[in-house]
Design a protein around this ligand. Structure first.
Ligand SMILES: Cc1ncc(COP(=O)(O)O)c(C=O)c1O
Length: 424
C-alpha cells in the first residue's frame, strides 16, 4: 500500500525536500490493519484497544480513533496524548508498571480505568480517597510468556509484569480489604505470539477470570505477530478471531452474563505503516566485512540493536544508475556505538545482506518501522530527531512532526540557566 504512493522517484524527492533521516507513515495501511482486526472478531461485546506505546503521534491516534478503536495507555502522558487526540476517558485503559500516587489520582479524577499490575499497586489505589466506589482490573502473569527474545517476553517466571498466577487470590483479598471491586482480568504475554500459544493463554486467562464474581471483561492483551521477514509466519487472523469469539460466547453463557472481550494490539496496527529513510554517508570495508554507513542509527530504530530484529532494507541509487553487482554488506548507523548496526543478531553477531552496489548519496529505505521505532527514538549523540510525514489516504503528504534541532535538544537545560534560544 505504502509503495503505491511512493515510487523511487517520489522517495528521492521527499528525502531531498524534507531532509534525511525521515520517517514516513501511511494512513491507508493503518486503516487497513484496523479494518482487518474489526472484521475477524464476531463476538459482539468486544473492543479493540490500540496499544499506543507502539506509535503515539497525534496523526496516528486520530486515524485509530476514526476507525473506532479505543486506547491502551502505559503512562499518564500517553493518556493525555490520547485525550488530546479526541478519545473519551471511558475509551482509555491504563496499564502501567510502577505508577505513582499522583498518576493514579489523575486517572481516578478523569475516570480512566486502571489495570493494577501488582498487589502494591492495588494497595496504592485503595489508599486514595474517592467519591465513587473504586473499580479496577488486574494484570495477571499466567505463568508462561512469549516474545521474539527474553527482552520482549512479558509472561512466565522471568517476567516482571503482572501478578503471578499463584498470587491472584491474595490480590483479590487485598482488593476486597480496600473495598475495590475487581471487574476485569488482563494478560499480555509478549509480542509475536503464534496462534496456538495465544489460544492457550486465552484459556488460562479465562480460567483465572472465572473466579471473579464481579467480572465485566477479560482483556487478552496484544502481541499479534507481524511479518517482518518473508519467512515469518502469517497469523491466521480469521481463525484467531473465530476462536476468541467462540470462547467468549461460551464463557458468557457459562457465567450467565455478557462478559466483554478486550484485545490491545500495538505493532499489528502500525508496524507496516512506517518507513525510515536515510542517506548513505560512506561505504567502506575491513578484511571481513563491507559496511554501508547511513545518517540514522539505533536512535531512530532501536529494534535491530536491542532485539536483533529484522527490517527489510533497500537502497535507491541517487544517480539512477542500473543495479550493479551484488555483494554482502553490513548496514550500520552513524552513532558512536559499535552496536549501532541494523543487520545484526540479538547477540551482536553481524548479519551481512546482499545489496547491489551502494554509493554515497544513495537513499536507504527501511520498512516496517511503524511500531516501537519512532516511539523509542532518542537524541543520543545529540543527533536531531527526524521529521515525520503522513501520507494521507488520497496521497497527500503532511508533515505531522517537524525535524528536531539543537534548540529542542537543549531546551530544558537552557530553561534551567534562564537562557533563551541557541543560535542554529
Ligand atoms: C500491556 C501491553 N498490552 C499491549 C501491548 C502491545 O503489544 P504488541 O505491540 O506486541 O501488540 C504491550 C506491549 O508491550 C503491552 O505491554
Amino acid at each position: 500500500m505504502l509503495q503505491a504512493f511512493l515510487s523511487d522517484a517520489r522517495l528521492l524527492e521527499l528525502a531531498a525536500r524534507y531532509h534525511t533521516p525521515l520517517y514516513i507513515f501511511d494512513e491507508a495501511t493503518i486503516r487497513a490493519r484496523c479494518q482487518e482486526l474489526k472484521s475477524c472478531i464476531t463476538y459482539p461485546n468486544h473492543r479493540i484497544r490500540y496499544a499506543c506505546k507502539a506509535l503515539t503521534l497525534q496523526a496516528v491516534l486520530r486515524v485509530v480513533l476514526d476507525e473506532g478503536l479505543w486506547i491502551d495507555a502505559s503512562s499518564i502522558n500517553e493518556v493525555h496524548r490520547a485525550l488530546r487526540a479526541g478519545f473519551n476517558p471511558s475509551e482509555i485503559y491504563y496499564t502501567g508498571e510502577g505508577a505513582t500516587k499522583e498518576v493514579y489520582r489523575d486517572l481516578i479524577d478523569r475516570r480512566i480505568l486502571i489495570n493494577c499490575t501488582s498487589i502494591d499497586q492495588i494497595r496504592l489505589l485503595g489508599s486514595l480517597k474517592t467519591a465513587a466506589p473504586l473499580r479496577c482490573s488486574i494484570r495477571v502473569n499466567p505463568g508462561e510468556g512469549h516474545g521474539e527474545t527474553n527482552k520482549t517476553n512479558t509472561g512466565g517466571p522471568s517476567s516482571k509484569h503482572g501478578i503471578y498466577l499463584d498470587q491472584v487470590e491474595e490480590a483479590r483479598k487485598v482488593a476486597a480489604s480496600h473495598g475495590i471491586t475487581l471487574i476485569g482480568v488482563h494478560s499480555h504475554i509478549g509480542s509475536g505470539t503464534d496462534l496456538a500459544h495465544w489460544l492457550r493463554i486465552k484459556d488460562k486467562t479465562l480460567a483465572i477470570a472465572r473466579g471473579f464474581p464481579d467480572l465485566e471483561f477479560v482483556n487478552l492483551g496484544g502481541g499479534l505477530p507481524v511479518r517482518y521477514h518473508p519467512d515469518d509466519e502469517r497469523m491466521p487472523l480469521q481463525e484467531w478471531g473465530a476462536a476468541l469469539s467462540d470462547s467468549m460466547a461460551q464463557f458468557s453463557k457459562e457465567l450467565g452474563r455478557d462478559i466483554r472481550l478486550l484485545i490491545e494490539p500495538g505493532r499489528f496496527v502500525v508496524a507496516e505503516c512506517g518507513l525510515l529513510v536515510a542517506e548513505v554517508q560512506s561505504v567502506k570495508s575491513t578484511p571481513d566485512y563491507n559496511f554501508v554507513i547511513v545518517n540514522t542509527g539505533h536512535n531512530h530504530n532501536i529494534r535491530p540493536a536491542m532485539y536483533g530484529s529484522y527490517h527489510p532494507i533497500r537502497f535507491i541509487p541517487a544517480d539512477g544508475r542500473p543495479a550493479g553487482e551484488t555483494k554482502p554488506h553490513v548496514v550500520a548507523g552513524y552513532l558512536c556505538e559499535s552496536g549501532d548496526v541494523f543487520t545484526v543478531k540479538a547477540d551482536g553477531t553481524l548479519l551481512p545482506r546482499d545489496f547491489p552496489t551502494v554509493a554515497v548519496g544513495d537513499v536507504m529505505v527501511m520498512s516496517h518501522v511503524g511500531a516501537y521505532s519512532h516511539a523509542m527514538k532518542s537524541e543520543y549523540n545529540s543527533m536531531n530527531l527526524p521529521a515525520s510525514l503522513m501520507i494521507t489516504r488520497d496521497g497527500t503528504v503532511t508533515v505531522v512532526e517537524r525535524r528536531g534541532n539543537l534548540n529542542d535538544i537543549m531546551r530544558r537545560e537552557l530553561e534551567a540557566y534562564g537562557e533563551g534560544r541557541v543560535s542554529m
